[in-house]
Design a protein around this ligand. Sequence first.
Ligand code: AMP
Ligand code: ZN
Length: 466
Amino acid sequence: MTLRMYNTLTRKKEEFVPLEPGKVKMYVCGPTVYNYIHIGNGRPVIFFDVVRRFLETQNYEVTYITNFTDVDDKMIRKAEEMAVTVPELAETFIAAFLEDIQTLGVHEATMNPRVTDNIQEIIEFIAALVEKGYAYEARGDVYYRTTKFAEYGKLSHQNLEELQYGIRIEVDDRKENPQDFVLWKAAKPGEIYWDSPWGQGRPGWHIECSAMVRKYLGETIDIHGGGQDLTFPHHECEIAQTEAVTGHPMANYWLHNAFLNIDNEKMSKSLGNGILIRDLVKQIKPEVFRFFMLSAHYRNPLNFSDESLKQAANALERIQNANDNLKHRLATASVTGEIEAAHTERVAAIAAQFVEKMNDDFNTPDAITAVFDLVAEANLYLQQERVNAAALQMFLDQLQVFDQTLGILSKQADELLDEEIEQLIVDRTEARKSKNWARADEIRDLLTEKGIFLEDTPQGIRWRRK
Ligand code: AMP
Ligand code: ZN
């Protein structure tokens, strides 16, 4: 069984061959941190987390890097609106982003580099482009000379003429060509800036990823990902920058997720139909949202609606119930010994089916079908009067293996251990100290749900089980 993935660059599903056996270097473009993330942003976050988790279950050692764009025009404008500095704005929304994706069960990235920590590398990158004739200075700005890079357009499959048609013609006499893009922007009075060979300014958007990918992962990486809107111009520009300097392919596989719509409409500011992740998870369990996201193939559009969420919740409940029932039954199961070969074989076949589907361009909906096959098998087994503890454990273990990739089983389903409760109380006290009331309430709710009651006493907080 080989892993195949659809490569936007070649428009084909290709067999995955890592640069180095057993290792994967992966980079996913991260958010501009000027706002809370919405449910659409959740799609790349969850999908690429699943790609990474799956690769790990297949014994790859994955280096997963995703950046923060912590300075750009939007950041500057928003900081002005909020009357804070750009770094203050960034701190607020980086913390919020990390909190949100943790709620969604997303594993921590190997590293989250920020633009403002990489200005020197960015300047060096731009200087190298200027040196090679791929970039030019114009009154304090620096632009990329797209006509010099013969392959410009190869990722989005457009030629230069098509690209020129697509460009909004701006009255900008600094550019040699309308499709040239900015690498360095001269600072306007009062704006945040860094010194550079071209005067005071800040990086353009695209250059940060070229600089950070090279610095943290190397000249060529295995997988570069993002939402489909990033294909052009962002990723096209990254390729032009990196490959002009290094002479090597920037990434061997380019993966792009399709968009999430709401009630069959594009999510947009003007429609006012955006939903923030942090608001959504007050209404539904984060696992349900994850399950919903994975219920469609990542290259197909996905429609968010009350109905589709309800379906996801029901389907996930069936998996969760099977998991809970297996555990309860295990607690009292007496029969031990050999598992019948028929069961072992069936579970092995389902496990193989799951991997096969994930290997086929990360086909999560079909992989989820395999999970349901396991659930059906387990439910059938649970109907027997006498059950074998080893068989129950086998079903549970297999569900866990699936969940290492999908991350959809509730982590709160099990009874809390004493030390987990103690830790939650410490966390809650910390949250209250730092005035993070939402987190404090969340912990209290979780404890209540688990039948744990808190009492404030002069000696501190005491707890008891119902
Ligand atoms: P943005 O906040 O627009 O910079 O987007 C951050 C990431 O979320 C990018 O990878 C986008 O492609 C992705 N993204 C934004 N909106 C959606 C959406 N509605 N559906 C799927 N991905 C999205
Ligand atoms: Zn990028």
